[in-house]
Design a protein around this ligand. Structure first.
Ligand code: SF4
Length: 86
């Protein structure tokens, strides 16, 4: 939650605890489990700690990518599947 929320510009916090409190202050309690699940899943698969997959992210045009300096290679480059292998 901390990393993605800051990359998206939802918060500008320094610690996970600060992020959690900032998000919980503006999001209705009923959505807390959903937000946590989505952000954790997103962080494991797309907005990874190192080399996030910004080029494949549906939020690419909306996200300011705060603090992102290097991004990961697109899926087809990582697994060696390109137009010649299909
Ligand atoms: S565009 Fe990049 S930094 Fe922004 S949410 Fe997507 S993967 Fe994360």
């Amino acid at each position: 939650m901390h990393r993605i929320s800051n990359r998206l510009g939802w918060v500008a916090t320094r610690t996970p605890d600060e992020t959690e409190q900032a998000l919980y202050a503006v999001v209705h309690r009923r959505w807390w489990p959903v937000i946590n699940l989505y952000l954790v899943t997103w962080g494991q698969n797309v907005c990874r700690p190192v080399y996030p997959l910004c080029g494949e992210c549906v939020l690419f045009d909306l996200c300011p990518k705060i603090g992102v300096t290097r991004v990961g290679a697109p899926q087809r480059e990582r697994v060696g599947v390109g137009p010649h292998e299909q």
